[in-house]
Design a protein around this ligand. Structure first.
Ligand code: ZN
Length: 404
């Protein structure tokens, strides 16, 4: 008997390939991968396989959050080593408490995302799969400066040198800031673009030359179009767009990560228990809430237009703590008009594809790595049922068991 072979029987399977859940499914996991999927009540012969009866619960791919940051703390608030440890704790909690098995970083200082990626990959700690970017590259007087995650670069060679440094330090992709944001000082506005043309061209050119994907923070039509024309792999936020932006997304087959949480999670907009609790704990400055409230409707409208036009989209939250972030963002997608199915696909199959991991992860299919979750109720009926977590598997190993 091989201890490494386990059959999860009596599952209601949402494989994130086909939208119809399959009842009475068995998913066989062996050496970290899904070796076989049986439907119609079939199961492996007794004796050679460990059986875990899921009693009809819903088995689906692990969730992803493809726009994350560590907590923003100044070094005066918390020493660096403590910040690195806290980031690891947040990542591990997202895996075990919420079933987030993969994350893509959008800016971190001191390459702490690279360090945690290595720590998880070598088995030193059990955490989600991390796709790292190192710093958030912006201009002097750019966006996100108070986070400590930003590196201010100026001039074409300023950007090129910074990007080469990121590559040297082991990042997976380059995070490039093209425009302002909602959360920032008075001179940091999301309708302003920040880079000059030669800075933009040089930054994208070095990434193309070295085959590094660009994750582009772009929040207005000018920035979104520049990002898409210059070959961004994904565009983040897109708070304000126009029809030409949508056409360019389709033409370039680029990804859109809308991060609805940034404009939607304020005291006036929060309308369920989880959102209200988050808003209360976050206690965001009133002026920032006003900026978010003012941007929210336009953001929601372009999210919906992109979705309806068939733009490829992935789920990324941009908020903290990570164990709450993806779940809140999923609720917002549905609130803004996505179906639970579109939302689940964005948080699994599409998210894995954005990270270049689509061949191995993101769906429940024979041959793929067994990063899976089991939840007690159907998330296709109510997306918040993803919160009713029972089991989390990472590469075939149960890393969280809440069946009680
Ligand atoms: Zn961000």
């Amino acid at each position: 008997m091989s201890a490494l072979r386990t059959a999860y029987t009596n599952a209601t399977l949402i494989d994130c390939v086909s939208p119809a859940p399959a009842e009475g499914a068995t998913v066989v996991v062996e050496n970290g991968r899904i070796s076989e999927i049986m439907t119609g009540g079939r199961r492996p012969p007794p004796g050679d396989t460990r059986i875990v009866d899921l009693e009809g619960a819903y088995l689906l791919p692990g969730l992803w959050d493809v726009h994350i940051h560590p907590d923003y703390l100044s070094l005066a608030d918390m020493p660096l080593a403590d910040q690195v440890a806290l980031f690891g704790h947040r990542l591990m909690a997202a895996l075990t408490e919420s079933g987030v098995t993969g994350v893509r970083c959008a800016g971190a200082h001191h390459y702490m995302d690279v360090a945690w990626k290595r720590a998880f990959d070598c088995g030193q700690h059990v955490g989600p799969r991390v796709y790292a970017c190192g710093h958030f590259l912006t201009t002097t007087g750019g966006h996100f400066l108070t986070s400590g995650h930003a590196l201010e670069c100026d001039g074409p060679y300023g950007f090129v040198k910074a990007i080469r440094e990121e590559m040297k330090n082991g990042v997976d992709h380059i995070k490039l800031n093209l425009s302002g944001g909602i959360m920032g000082p008075a001179w940091d506005r999301h309708w302003h673009s920040f880079l000059l043309e030669d800075e933009l061209e040089a930054a994208f050119a070095i990434c193309r030359q070295r085959e590094f994907k660009v994750m582009a923070h772009a929040t207005n039509p000018d920035a979104v179009k520049n990002a898409l024309r210059l070959g961004a792999h994904s565009v983040e936020h897109g708070y304000i767009m126009d029809d030409e932006c949508i056409e360019l997304f389709l033409e370039h087959d680029a990804w859109y990560v809308p991060t609805l949480a940034i404009s939607h999670l304020t005291p006036t907009q929060a309308d369920n228990e989880w959102e209200r609790r988050w808003v209360e704990q976050r206690n965001l400055a009133h002026s920032l809430c006003c900026r978010a409230d003012a941007a929210s409707d336009v953001h929601a409208a372009w999210f919906r237009k992109a979705l309806d036009a068939g733009v490829k989209m992935g789920l990324g939250s941009d908020i903290r703590p990570l164990k709450d972030a993806a779940l809140l963002e999923m609720g917002l997608w549905v609130k803004d008009g996505a179906t639970p199915w579109q939302t689940l696909v964005a948080a699994t199959r599409n998210a894995a594809a954005i990270c270049g991991a689509g061949a191995d992860l993101g769906t429940v299919e024979a041959g793929k790595l067994a990063d899976l979750i089991v939840v007690a109720a159907n998330p296709l009926e109510d997306i918040n049922n993803v919160r009713r977590l029972l089991l989390v598997l990472k590469e075939g190993r149960i890393v969280s068991d809440k069946r009680g």
